[in-house]
Design a protein around this ligand. Structure first.
Ligand code: HPA
Length: 270
């Protein structure tokens, strides 16, 4: 795996002229951030050696290099989900590569179902911790000491300093933000009412199908992480209704402006 990471990073370095300081995974709700990036280079995933290629959405993703809020960034437009059939190493491979490209921080977004009764549809939630409820962990297998320790610390999976800054940015722009624990599980089914109840009892505020593997791998390599979620539906007793992918996309599109603004302004504060 190490050879693959290195050769992929070397290939990408031959195509770019600036070194990214910050990696961004443009999950649900951050698609619009691309318009704010002063783009210097774009590399489609299918041109990148060893990169998994997205299959589900019909079009593959790309790596975008450019400047955002005065910082050099690399943004993943399109991420790899475990439910698509990729293994944990494939899901997290781009994070490994971004580390070798020089990123010093990782920003992530996603959509999730809220199980905290104080949450409303369309809320933004700063993720302050997670519960790995995926059936696996991307670090299972031989540990590569060059990447990180066998037993990585997870006491601050989501960087406290960045969270403080993000809350200040949100307040300064009159944007309401929630804060809470994200529980990640495989999907692709949305949760049954009993499963939402379980998620709440387990101590989470929201549930989704991404982010946890990428953050585990980033923390393995000691990269500080920041993640935000859009609460697109509620798994709260009495408020549970049918959920479709379209509903999730629709709510996310409405909340996108707020999330984009926070992320862009936050870049300037780092
Ligand atoms: N459950 C899991 N993933 C999700 C949800 C949900 O309710 N909403 C958006 N992504």
């Amino acid at each position: 795996m190490l050879d693959q990471i290195k050769s992929t990073a070397t290939y990408i370095q031959s195509k770019i002229t600036t070194q990214p300081e910050i990696g961004i995974i443009l999950g649900t709700g951050l698609g619009g951030l691309v318009k704010e990036i002063n783009i210097k280079h774009t590399i489609p995933y299918e041109e990148i050696p060893n990169f998994p290629v997205s299959t589900v959405e019909g079009h593959s993703g790309k790596l975008i290099f450019g400047e955002l809020g005065g910082k050099n960034v690399v943004a993943m437009q399109g991420r790899f989900h475990y439910y698509e059939g990729y293994n944990m190493q494939q899901v997290t491979f781009p994070v490994r590569v971004m580390k070798f490209l020089g990123i010093q921080k990782l920003f992530v977004s996603n959509a999730s179902g809220g199980v905290n009764p104080n949450f409303e549809i369309g809320d933004l939630m700063i993720i302050n911790d997670h519960i790995n409820f995926f059936p696996s962990n991307p670090l299972i297998g031989k540990n590569l000491a060059e990447l990180g320790p066998r037993f990585p610390d997870m006491s601050e999976a989501y960087n406290k300093e960045i969270i403080v800054k993000a809350k200040k940015v949100a307040a300064a722009n009159n944007i309401k933000v929630q804060e809470g624990v994200y529980l990640g599980l495989s999907g692709p089914t949305f949760e049954t009412p009993a499963e939402y109840r379980m998620v709440k009892i387990l101590g989470a505020d929201a549930v989704g199908m991404s982010t946890v593997p990428e953050v585990i791998v980033a923390r393995h390599m000691n990269i500080p992480c920041f993640a935000m979620s859009i609460i697109t539906d509620l798994g709260v007793e009495g408020k549970i209704v049918e959920v479709t992918h379209e509903d999730v996309q629709h709510v996310a599109a409405q909340a996108e402006k707020k999330m984009t603004l926070i992320m862009k302004e936050l870049m300037k504060e780092l």
